[in-house]
Design a protein around this ligand. Structure first.
Ligand code: HEC
Length: 280
């Protein structure tokens, strides 16, 4: 249990079983890019009917915890092996930018040479790949709305944090199969380049897990994999956005189909603005 993980001990098996089934078949879903349900959808989808009834029976048999009790996060999952990539400004390539209207943020996405070379060659991202994002708050106008620049992207105000993923040999070894993303580890860094306290890597792994056929990445795809997905209806372009996010159970509400959310590469419907994605 934590602030984001509910206490299941002692809950009725019938209730738990029903909820797990609803997560699995998508009946229980929440809108938005970072919904808690997306994590459960991803994990429950991997459970068989008998896994589900066993889990429900197991939790029902546990004694209930005191209100407000917290358990430690599993150390081998919560702890990341990734270190801050000190030289990213010099050696990584910026390949993507996304506006986040609800969070009033703009994020810049970088990839290292290993990841880019593989993506260009249409290969899965190998060990040694690093993807990295700078998260900025957007500059706000008098009515607290993000100010967009001439390129359509929010004007960055303050650097808030960094989020990152890196894969190296054996980094996935300690991670249970239900969560494991091959050898990827995930990390959030403070503006002081330290690991942000309280980050539970299990959440990152769960949400990226359904993207196993595209190297577990949402924004960087190799060309072969990309071409397998339909072009976005009105956006057209290289990243399969909505369709695949839907498949991953993430952007079920169509967050990415409005013009303000510029994940789409180029769209005449959105004034023909590029989303800043480099052609790979
Ligand atoms: C609820 C789902 C969800 C969770 C949880 C999640 N991500 Fe992601 N992640 C996404 C989506 C969607 C994107 C696409 C662009 C974006 O939202 O930034 C993404 C993109 C990324 C990227 C850019 C590379 C890529 O895959 O396109 C990194 C790096 C990343 N996430 C790291 C993390 C880390 C670190 C955590 C855990 C602290 C995490 N993510 C948790 C959904 C999630």
């Amino acid at each position: 249990m934590s602030d984001t993980i509910p206490n299941l001990a002692g809950q009725r098996a019938r209730y738990l079983e029903a909820q797990l089934k609803f997560f699995k078949d998508g009946t229980r879903k929440e809108p938005g890019a970072v919904s808690r349900a997306a994590l459960m959808n991803a994990v429950a989808a991997q459970l068989s009917a008998s896994d589900i009834s066993n889990l429900a029976a197991y939790f029902e048999a546990q004694p209930g915890a005191a209100p407000g009790a917290k358990s430690a996060l599993l150390p081998n999952i919560a702890t990341t092996k990734m270190a801050f990539p000190e030289d990213y400004k010099q050696s990584f390539t910026k390949y993507h930018t996304i506006n986040f209207p609800a969070a009033k943020e703009v994020r810049y996405y970088y990839a290292n040479g290993v990841a880019l070379t593989a993506a260009k060659a249409g290969k899965p991202l190998p060990d040694g790949s690093v993807l990295f994002a700078e998260v900025y708050s957007a500059k706000l106008d008098g009515s607290n709305n993000p100010v967009a620049g001439t390129d359509g992207f929010f004007v960055p105000d303050k650097l808030m944090r960094y989020t990152a993923m890196e894969r190296e040999a054996s980094w996935g070894d300690d991670i249970p199969e239900l969560l494991r993303n091959e050898n990827w580890n995930y990390a959030v860094f403070t503006t002081g380049k330290q690991h942000q306290q309280g980050v539970n890597q299990a959440e990152c792994l769960a949400c990226h897990k359904p993207l196993s056929n595209v190297s577990y990445t949402f924004t960087l795809r190799n060309s072969q994999q990309r071409s397998k997905y339909a072009l976005h209806q009105s956006g057209g372009g290289q990243i399969s956005t909505k369709k695949e996010y839907d498949a991953a159970g993430v952007f079920g509400d169509g967050t990415h189909s409005d013009c303000k959310h510029s994940i789409r590469p180029v769209s005449s419907a959105c004034g023909g603005k590029s989303n800043g994605r480099k052609q790979l």
